[in-house]
Structures are given as structure tokens and as C-alpha cells.
Design a protein around this ligand. Structure first.
Ligand SMILES: Cc1cc2nc3c(=O)[nH]c(=O)nc-3n(C[C@H](O)[C@H](O)[C@H](O)COP(=O)(O)OP(=O)(O)OC[C@H]3O[C@@H](n4cnc5c(N)ncnc54)[C@H](O)[C@@H]3O)c2cc1C
Length: 484
């Protein structure tokens, strides 16, 4: 081995989803001109991207996981700029920038003046068709309800019921949150998911008053769809571009890490893979789900592994369905629909792909994408494709007045991929960070910690790679402190 090879500082990233790819990219850029550093990414699957996957079939463009990034969280767009692909981002179709919510079996446009979990004014409540009169009257009392003195974390559901009443939870907050977190709102941490609402309560004593000031009477309607972006060729273009930048040589596929050891004499990490090969490195960044990181870290630090293990994950199912336009009688003039749990349907939400982004289907054809699973339909993951498709189709036929059968369908299962940020999540992440930072050369990133969206994952990985860079360039490698 040459002297340079011998003195090289090796950094390993485990997991090639958006988190691992971004971490490897940021590290690669930082050490681009320094041959003393080598970065390798190991991915267990036969391709990178993790849950991000786009395919083409019969002229349709199918998204099997996420379909967009939101630009209000700037980190994904900033990364696109660095990669030179920002100009290739496409916008949602302007004429369809609203969505439906299912109310008593019918698609009802999300009324003007609703922002995420709450109305932005009492006026916007007055004629809202998604709440009963009783529900609206209860919500109208919100400005009179005093702020909670105790600032300990509470569930999203408890916050919404306390301030706006049960109907606001069941008809608005639950379906809006489910589209992102797929988690029971009675378990979801308010502080970790919608901290801005807590802040509104603390600062203004009322979320309706705070939203009124924020929007100053301007119209707002559900999610602001002008902020959502994708690529003509689908969202996978981002992970493919990242993979190309990292280079094939540094991105090793079909390598599942099965064991992690630390050699306190050499101060090196040893990763063992499914093919029994071992890779030695100076630093390891685990960009895998928290429960997988826990498995790898059990023998290194049992306390850290136990904390990681308590981050509960849920599974998701995505069903893409292609139709002839003439077979759907309902207008598809929106991005899609969300479905409250009390409507008792198989799906959490359905995207009208052909109304959201251009180029998703051939002329006179329609692509729909249904989401199932999470805490709302945990059995979905276990069901056979035919059974799932039948359930979805039965619902879609009623809701969208579909006459014919799909041209084709495609079912994608994502096993234990979505972390649930349960009450106390922020404190848990703090404990995890405290334990992790006492282990020299070990780093964690991924959607388990500081946000589940693609931009959040990129941001978390950027911060993690900055910690790696500063610790390796310092070369203040202290001996490993006692782990447990
Ligand atoms: C159905 C669905 C729709 C979504 N929609 C959106 C959306 O529209 N917009 C948005 O911003 N976000 C969306 N999200 C969330 C977002 O896509 C994810 O949170 C994010 O992509 C997770 O990236 P990750 O790299 O942290 O994890 P993952 O994508 O899960 O990647 C982890 C990787 O690690 C690999 N791996 C695991 N164990 C090992 C091992 N032992 N050795 C080697 N490799 C290993 C896996 O194979 C995988 O490739 C969606 C998520 C889902 C599931």
C-alpha cells in the first residue's frame, strides 16, 4: 500500500437514500481537492434513492414514493442549484392549485381561509362547508380560550381539540397531518411537527388571531401549492444526479451493513457486510432508519441503541392507477384530495398526478396515486395487491365517479420507512445527539431526527457532514470515551 493510501482518512456513509446521498455529496465537495480523504457510500439495495423512485410505463410517469419538494424549506432547491439542475425544476400546474377534502362522501374544495390546521379568520369559518354549524361555533370560540400555561410537549390532537374543538381535528387537522406524517395525531408531537402553532398560542394567545395577522386578510387555501416543485422526469432525477456526482466508484450498491465494530487500538471502525467483506474507516455516518442504526449500534452503545429503537416507524403503500380520461366523471381540477379518517375509506390521500405536474401521462389519460398505511390502515401493508387495488378502486369509483377499470395499476410497499415523531421527540433527539457525540467518528443522519421531508433530510445531512468535516480536519481524535 502506498504511503498516501495508508495515511488516508476514510469516511463511510451507510444508506443511499436522499439523506446518505446528500451527506456523501457534501463530504465529497468539501474534500474534492484533498486526496487525503476518501468517501464511500454503501447501499444495501440495487439502486440508490431509498424511498425515492420514478419509473415509466406505457407513456405514464409513476412516482413510487415522494413526488415533490417544497421550496419554502430552501435546502432542496439550494442543493439543486449546487448540482446545476435548479433550472430544470418544474412548477405545479397553476390552474389546479387547490385540493379537495372528503366531507360526508363528497369531494369538497378546501375552503378559502384555511391554513394547515386552522382557519385564518372568523369570516373564513362562517360559510366553510367542511364543518357543521356546531363545529364552526366551537372554532369561533378559539380566540377566547386562554393559552396553556404548561409548555411541556403535547400531542397535535390534544392541542387542536383544546383550542378549536374535536371537529377541527377530525375534519381538518387529522387529514392534513396524515398526508405528511401518517401517524395518529394523538401520538404526534406538536413541538416536533407544527411548532409554529404552539408559538402562535404562546405569543398571540390565539392561533386565529395570529393567522389573521400573518395573512392580513389575504386569501389562503390549504397547502400553498405554488411552493411544490418536481422535475420533468420525476423526483428521482435529484437522487440520480447526486449519485452521478458522487461517482459510481464511490457509491457501492448491493452492500448491506450487518455489523459495526470499533477497534480502540487502531481507532478505526469496521463495517461488515452481507457478503462477509469488511471495510475499515475513520468515521461512519449511518444514514439508515433509526431502528436499523439501533441494530448496528447495539454492541457499541446499548443506551444509544435503545433510544434509537424507540423511534416508531410505520409502513406505507402507494398505488398508482392509470385511467382513460373519459372514464372519470368528476372534475380533476386540483392537486388531489385528502380523506379524514372518520370517512372510513381505505386511503389517506390521493394525488391527481396529471393535474399536479405536466407530462405525467399521455393525452386523454389520467394518473391517480393513492396513499395507504401508516397508523390509519396498518393492515394495508400485509394485503395482497389485488385486495388493495379492489379497496382503492371501490373508494375511487364512488368519490371520483369512475366508470371503467384502470388501464393498469402498480403497487409499491415501503416497509417501516416513515418515523413517527411522537410526544417528547425533540427531547429524545437531544438525548440521542448527546450519546452519539461522545463516540468519536460516529455520526447519524436521516429522516428520523429533524424532519421527514426531502428538504429536511438534506438539511440534517448537511449539518451532519459539517460536523464530520470539522472533526476530521481538526484531527483532534481523542481516544474513545467509555460508551455506556
Ligand atoms: C410514500 C411516501 C411519500 C412521500 N412524499 C414526500 C414528498 O412528496 N415530499 C417530501 O419532501 N417528502 C416525502 N416523503 C418523505 C421523504 O421522501 C423521506 O422521508 C426521505 O426520502 C427519507 O430519506 P432517507 O434517506 O432518510 O431514508 P430512506 O429513503 O429510507 O433511505 C435509507 C436507505 O438506507 C438503505 N439501507 C438501510 N439499511 C441499510 C444497511 N444496513 N446497509 C446499507 N444500506 C441500508 C436503504 O436501502 C435505503 O436506500 C415521502 C415518504 C414516503 C414513504
Amino acid at each position: 500500500m502506498s504511503e498516501l493510501e495508508d495515511s488516508k482518512k476514510k469516511i463511510v456513509v451507510v444508506g443511499g437514500g436522499i439523506s446518505g446521498l446528500s451527506a456523501a455529496y457534501f463530504l465529497g465537495e468539501a474534500f474534492r481537492h484533498d486526496p487525503k480523504f476518501e468517501i464511500k457510500l454503501f447501499e444495501g439495495d440495487s439502486s440508490t434513492g431509498g424511498v425515492i423512485r420514478t419509473t415509466k410505463k406505457e407513456g405514464f410517469l409513476l412516482e413510487h414514493g415522494p413526488d415533490s419538494i417544497v421550496s419554502i424549506k430552501p435546502w432542496a432547491v439550494e442543493l439543486c442549484r449546487k448540482l446545476g439542475i435548479e433550472s430544470e425544476l418544474i412548477d405545479t400546474m397553476a390552474e389546479n392549485r387547490h385540493s379537495y377534502i372528503v366531507y360526508k362522501g363528497n369531494l369538497t374544495p378546501i375552503p378559502n381561509g384555511m391554513y394547515m390546521l386552522a382557519p385564518t379568520s372568523l369570516k373564513s369559518l362562517a360559510f366553510s362547508p367542511i364543518f357543521s354549524l356546531k363545529g364552526r361555533l366551537r372554532m369561533a370560540l378559539e380566540p377566547l380560550i386562554s393559552r396553556r400555561a404548561n409548555t411541556e410537549d403535547e400531542s397535535l390532537a390534544s392541542f387542536v381539540v383544546r383550542r378549536l374543538g374535536r371537529e377541527a381535528l377530525e375534519r381538518l387537522a387529522q387529514p392534513m397531518a396524515a398526508g405528511v406524517y401518517m401517524c395518529d395525531p394523538w401520538k404526534l408531537s406538536l413541538k416536533a411537527t407544527f411548532p409554529q402553532f404552539l408559538q402562535m398560542e404562546q405569543e398571540h394567545g390565539s392561533i386565529i388571531k395570529a393567522l389573521g395577522k400573518m395573512f392580513n386578510g389575504n386569501s389562503v387555501r390549504g397547502p400553498r401549492y405554488s411552493l411544490f416543485k418536481s422535475f420533468r422526469g420525476g423526483i428521482e432525477y435529484l437522487t440520480k444526479t447526486l449519485t452521478d456526482k458522487i461517482t459510481q466508484q464511490n457509491c457501492v450498491l448491493n452492500k448491506t451493513a450487518t455489523r459495526l465494530d470499533y477497534n480502540s487500538n487502531s481507532k478505526k471502525w469496521n463495517l461488515t457486510f452481507n457478503d462477509k467483506s469488511i471495510y475499515e474507516s475513520d468515521a461512519v455516518c449511518l444514514a439508515v432508519p433509526a431502528w436499523k442504526a439501533a441494530e448496528l449500534l447495539r454492541s457499541i452503545n446499548a443506551r444509544l441503541a435503545s433510544e434509537l429503537e424507540t423511534i416508531r416507524y410505520s409502513s406505507a403503500v402507494v398505488v398508482n392507477m392509470a385511467f382513460k380520461s373519459e372514464d372519470i366523471d368528476h372534475r380533476l381540477d386540483a392537486m388531489g384530495m385528502v380523506i379524514p379518517k372518520i370517512e372510513k375509506r381505505s386511503m389517506v390521500a390521493c394525488t391527481f398526478c396529471t393535474s399536479k405536474f405536466e407530462g405525467r401521462a399521455p393525452d386523454k389519460k389520467v394518473l391517480l396515486r393513492a396513499f395507504l398505511g401508516g397508523d390509519f390502515n396498518p393492515d394495508a401493508f400485509e394485503k395482497k395487491d389485488t385486495e388493495l387495488v379492489q379497496e382503492v378502486l371501490t373508494d375511487l369509483k364512488k368519490l371520483l365517479k369512475i366508470k371503467g377499470s384502470p388501464i393498469f395499476y402498480d403497487v409499491t410497499r415501503h416497509s417501516k420507512v416513515m418515523p413517527c415523531y411522537e410526544i417528547g421527540h425533540l427531547e429524545k433527539v437531544e438525548r440521542i445527539k448527546n450519546l452519539q457525540c461522545r463516540i468519536a467518528g460516529l455520526y447519524l443522519t436521516g429522516n428520523a431526527y429533524e424532519g421527514v421531508g426531502i428538504p429536511d433530510c438534506i438539511h440534517t445531512s448537511q449539518k451532519t457532514s459539517e460536523s464530520i468535516i470539522s472533526s476530521l480536519t481538526d484531527i483532534q481524535y481523542q481516544s474513545l470515551k467509555s460508551f455506556s
